[in-house]
Design a protein around this ligand. Structure first.
Ligand SMILES: [Ca+2]
Ligand SMILES: [Ca+2]
Ligand SMILES: [Ca+2]
Ligand SMILES: [Ca+2]
Length: 323
């Protein structure tokens, strides 16, 4: 009896690990939802430019078709933020081909220039549609070779642009790259990354959320984090292999704020663990925020929905390691 139960538990754990490996937001991030407001929304609600861009990489070794799935793509019913009446249209578009992901404009903060360069592979606009409320919409099948081949990413990269076309409500959603049309089944070795995140924080102050920017280059001496509309909700704390915990500045309502963090040599080629700890009063609800990271050259850092190298663990003072 016990053995049977144990086997079932192990199987459940394995399945969970497989199924949960490729969502955006990722499991380790513990962020409830991405959010994009309609273009008529107020910036003080937490989304200053009504657009979100997320990238998915399919490793070269994976040649079977992939699917990009969106949870709750509609803006209405559950899992969305109502302002007045539901009147918001949100467009989800998948791009591949040359320039789609390598174009510098796609890595910038604002919708300027050629951020939408590339071949439009699929696109769908959603309004208040009960059919898609709390359920998945699936783009695909998509042939991996339709992505942009980027050797530095180890394969083919796709760009997902989510734009709030009109209306003023907040559309919350999650993304997932899958090998199956009707299942959440991870692409082995695949991953998602982004340069800027517009997200909904938990209401429960006991939940700790994370973002994992990757320090990819030994020429990085410092990073500047910038956040928007944090509503003074708690703390943003950096943890890493070399830092036990250091505060970053947080913004107030409808405000941008930045602060610098000095990179230590031990942090090269590791992920930082940016912890977002809410104010313990729990009085700040429905908090939508934006966050991004730049190096000292003003280039945006990539963050990965599954941290590269795993969640970084503080290893004590770097000098202590040399003793
Ligand atoms: Ca509305
Ligand atoms: Ca919904
Ligand atoms: Ca939604
Ligand atoms: Ca906010």
């Amino acid at each position: 009896m016990m053995t049977k139960l144990l086997k079932l538990l192990v199987l459940m754990l394995l399945t969970t690990a497989l199924v949960q490996a490729q969502p955006v937001p990722g499991d380790d991030e513990n962020i409830p939802n991405l959010i994009t407001f309609g273009a008529d929304g107020e910036t003080s609600w937490g989304d200053p430019n009504f657009c979100q861009i997320i990238f998915f990489t399919v490793p070269e070794s994976h040649t079977a078709p992939i699917y990009i799935k969106v949870y709750d793509p509609d803006c209405g019913g559950e899992n969305d933020e109502l302002q007045g009446v539901w009147n918001t249209s949100t467009c989800f578009s998948i791009y591949g081909g040359q320039g789609s992901c390598s174009n510098e404009d796609a890595k910038k903060l604002n919708l300027d220039g050629d951020y939408d360069e590339g071949t439009l592979l699929a696109s769908k606009t959603f309004g208040d549609e009960p059919e898609y409320d709390r359920s998945w919409y699936t783009f695909g099948p998509i042939n991996p070779s339709e992505g942009e081949y980027l050797p530095e990413e180890g394969g083919y990269v796709f760009k997902v642009i989510v734009e709030g076309l009109s209306g003023d409500d907040g559309n919350m959603y999650q993304l997932f790259m899958s090998t199956q049309m009707d299942e959440l089944s991870e692409v082995e070795g695949g991953y998602a990354f982004y340069y800027k995140y517009t997200i909904r924080l938990h209401d429960n102050p006991r939940e700790l959320s994370h973002i994992y920017p990757y320090v990819n280059d030994s020429s990085i001496v410092s990073i500047k984090q910038t956040n928007f509309d944090w509503d003074n909700d708690g703390w943003i704390i950096v943890r890493s292999v070399a830092t036990a915990g250091q505060m970053m500045k947080i913004s107030k309502d409808d405000e941008w704020i930045s602060s610098l963090y000095t990179i230590k040599p031990a942090e090269y080629n590791t992920s930082l663990d940016i912890q977002m700890k809410k104010h313990p009063s729990g009085s700040i609800r429905n908090n939508n925020v934006v966050i991004y990271f730049e190096n000292q050259y003003g280039e945006l850092l990539k963050s990965y929905s599954v941290p590269i190298g795993g969640v970084p663990k503080y290893k004590g003072k770097p000098e202590a390691e040399e003793l």
